[in-house]
Design a protein around this ligand. Structure first.
Ligand code: ASP
Length: 462
């Protein structure tokens, strides 16, 4: 039977009711055979995620401060969720004992000490959920990354999955073939030395993707508390359209520009196998969510989203006959590399080139250093800086085959009085990026949204 892998995020496991809803979701489709859980997150009246408490416990414990209250708060979260689900205090305490052991462990390697504690939110939650699921008629089995040997690098707090780690996950199929729903904690793996090592924050998405790939799932469902990806930021556009389907590449472009729906690294394992990701809302089962796929149908929109990010600056160089000077671009980018800066965009013309950077990286001294080196090494006719830029991206696979998108976008911006400072269309042709002054950002997004979404609706209904 084809299987679905599901991952439930922090808000979807935050309360007793949410746990009941997960059981409901699993029962609605028995193909949901592998379940990855986050640690309990925020909920109404609950401001602190379990993971945040665990981070605080580690810091305080390492500093020799009192941690009793924080430990009690973590335990209370688990009692509040599982006791009303008829799991006895004794059973819960039996599982929570693992947290006590980790807190009492030896602290000489502080990072190792931290990861073992911080991973406990997921670890304990998954084990307790498996116990509960069995009491309500789901044949569930808790499997831990340590037991199955999800081997990762020993980069504490930022683990990378090793090939043998992904390969070992294939054994989950044996449990599924035996009729179990596998319950697996997200966010961490185990090093070759047997230490628990976490991924970066939000890393349960990655665990879900690895498992989806390992069991060859036909879909990876990622459950959160939003309906899916919206085509623009609802703070700027009121009630923007939900994107029904987008490609992995479109998602990457949008998340680069600040759409944060999914842990970026998590796309890789599923993308390789062309497993669709479906983002879904635990609170709204009627909504089919957003599907992220390798190919989408042509009847979908040409443009899927308008994204904006602020806080950029650009170094703009002019040099007559620049195009004939071999190595000009390389030398320019080398200056940024030497000084330790990464760049975001590098649009160019015949005699001009700009390098766009995240402004946060810079200080007054560093700007002067960059300018001095550019002037000395490249001798431009003109060199100017521009601060407080916003980048606005129009993203869509449809850009590839469509004529006039750039013209339409530029005309929409000019009609609403937005001055375009720079334009960049990458060779992938799935996004056009406009640089505008940050004060114009909202007008620009509105103008582009009107042009590509509202007009399109008009066109569709004509
Ligand atoms: N619980 C972890 C965090 O808050 C990991 C996750 O939920 O994905 O970042």
């Amino acid at each position: 039977m084809p299987a679905i892998a599901c991952k439930f995020g922090g808000t979807s496991v935050a309360t007793k009711e949410k746990m009941e809803q997960i059981v409901n979701i699993l029962k609605l489709n028995p193909q949901r055979k592998a379940v990855v859980l986050s640690a309990p997150g925020k909920a109404e009246g609950i401001e602190t995620k379990v993971t945040d408490y665990l981070v605080a416990i580690t810091q305080k414990s390492l500093a020799g401060q009192d941690i009793e209250k924080d430990i009690a708060a973590v335990k209370r979260r688990f009692y509040d969720i599982f006791e009303p689900l008829n799991i006895s205090r004794q059973t819960i305490d039996g599982v929570l004992a693992r947290l006590d052991e980790r807190i009492a462990a030896e602290k000489s390697n502080s990072e190792k000490y931290r990861d073992a504690i911080v991973a406990s939110g997921e670890d304990l939650n998954a084990e307790l959920f498996a116990i509960y699921a069995n009491t309500v008629g789901i044949k569930a089995k808790f499997i831990s990354p340590v037991e199955i040997e999800l081997i990762v690098t020993a980069d504490f707090g930022d683990a990378r999955v090793k090939n043998e780690g992904s390969a070992n996950l294939i054994h989950l199929r044996d449990h599924i073939n035996d009729g179990y729903v596998v319950i697996f904690p997200g966010f961490f793996g185990v090093s070759a030395d047997g230490d628990i090592v976490t991924f970066s924050r939000g890393g349960s998405d990655l665990t879900g993707a690895l498992i989806a790939a390992a069991i060859d799932a036909y879909e990876y469902e990622n459950w959160t508390d939003v309906n899916g990806i919206l085509s623009a930021n609802p703070k700027t556009i009121s009630d923007p359209d939900q994107v029904s389907a987008l490609t992995y590449r479109e998602m990457r472009e949008l998340s680069y520009m600040g759409f944060s729906v999914f842990h970026e690294e998590a796309v890789k394992p599923v993308m390789k196998k062309k497993i669709p990701i479906r983002l879904r809302n635990t609170n709204n089962l009627q909504n089919e969510g957003t599907l992220i796929v390798s190919e989408r149908l042509p009847q979908e929109r040409d443009i899927v989203g308008i994204a904006a990010a602020s806080g950029f600056c650009s170094f703009n160089l002019q040099k007559f006959l620049m195009n004939r000077e071999k190595g000009f671009g390389r030398k320019l980018l080398e200056i940024f590399e030497d000084l330790g800066y990464s760049y975001e965009q590098c649009p160019s013309g015949v005699d001009n080139i700009s390098v766009v950077l995240n402004q946060k990286q810079l200080s007054s001294e560093s700007v002067n250093n960059i300018m001095r080196r550019i002037e000395r090494e490249l001798k431009p006719d003109d060199l100017k800086t521009e601060y407080n830029l916003s980048l606005i991206a129009v993203v869509g696979e449809g850009l590839k085959n469509k004529i006039g998108v750039l013209a339409e976008a530029a005309s929409a911006l000019s009609k609403s009085g937005v001055n375009i400072k720079l334009v960049n269309q990458g060779s992938s042709e799935i996004s056009i990026v406009f640089g505008v002054s940050t004060i114009d950002e909202k007008y620009a997004v509105k103008a582009l949204y009107d042009a590509f979404f509202c007009n399109q609706i008009k066109k569709d209904s004509e």
